[in-house]
Design a protein around this ligand. Sequence first.
Ligand SMILES: Cc1ncc(COP(=O)(O)O)c(C=O)c1O
Length: 420
Amino acid sequence: MSEKLNLTNSQKIYTEALDFCPGAIMGIRKPSNFVPGEYPIFFKSGKGMRIWDVDGNEYLDFLASYGPIIIGHQEEEIDNAVIEKIRTDSFCFNLAQPHQNELLRLLQKHIPCAEMGVLVKTGSDATSTAIRIARVHTGRDMILRCGYHGWHDWCIAVKNGIPANCYKDVDGFHYNDIDSLKKKLEEYKGKVAAVITTPIGHELNEPIQEPQSDFLNKVKELAHQHGAVLIFDEIRTGFRMSMGGAQKYYKVTPDMAVFGKAMANGYAISAVTGKREVMMSLEDKHAFISSTFFSNSLEMVAAIATIKFLEREKALDAVWKKGETIKQRSMAAIEKTGVNAFFSGIVPMPFFTFPKDSDDPTDKRYRDRRVLFFTELVRNGVFMQPFHHGYIGYRHTDADIERACSVIEEAFAVVAKAIP
Ligand SMILES: Cc1ncc(COP(=O)(O)O)c(C=O)c1O
């Protein structure tokens, strides 16, 4: 096995944090979502697709801050545009700023459904806004959902602290299971305002699924048959899978779609886009969407600079190419070593899953393999998440990809030897 990392400072800051932050860290960045004791807990800096923890350990970043980093950390062109905005104009005003028009025009240019749009800040803001628009547009309440759509009351799976009334008009269906949607649409006939789905299936700790048997077109057809608005949640796929998101890649245009994460290379902004007829209900039917920070323009400036960079450099083509190398080399390593694991994911979002060997609940070999594999990766400077797909960034160099492939190959060899 490789040598364990020195994580002294991470552990020290974590212990301190336990005193003044409940659980020290919120949500998916908690140590329990990695390999506790093996992964760092606090980061200090990043440059390109390299990141450094508070103990000075260096990693190749294959989690990309859970998606926003599409180019790289400290990308000068983006950061300089933001710094210039701060220095010349400032960015937080009583009234809106014209950057919103420039950004919405760019979204309109790339995203097939984006006849109109509104800009908010987080992915959860965007999905909740889209749901409100769909409800006011149709005059109905019921929502059928598939995938993770953020932490808000209507959609989060963990129900503690949420009154049942907040999600009584929300039900789920399963990705790539068109019958599960058909059944729910029949059950709630005439009541469904929106069908919202991620365009690829990416549930936590589940292999990624691409649409099978024309799934997305069938979802669209069924939603429309039942008078519901179809929303694609493109928070992860937007500006990563293609400039126009998964809808452009799969050639299925929804009524609305939400974008966030990669659209501004790390700055907090998201967008609700959609067909004019649907989007105009926000205005015509007097729904209310507002936040003190929605009109702040720094993040708009960052998004404009990011999208222009991605356009000019054809950066997503490069991302696919780098991801394809990881995919091919990983799949070959799995085949060669015979480890019970498999690669899933669309190429820019790779994921390794370690399935169970048997139904025997005491048989934990799959878990031991996962722990050992990700321990080997992190000890050798490849930062991926054991329960979540990874992300490829534009600033991963060919040498970074080569190094990551070697580390992945070696990790599978170690696992094959230790837990055959
Ligand atoms: C598909 C999808 N939708 C919505 C969200 C919520 O975004 P945010 O965490 O920015 O609120 C996420 C976050 O991971 C996501 O992956």
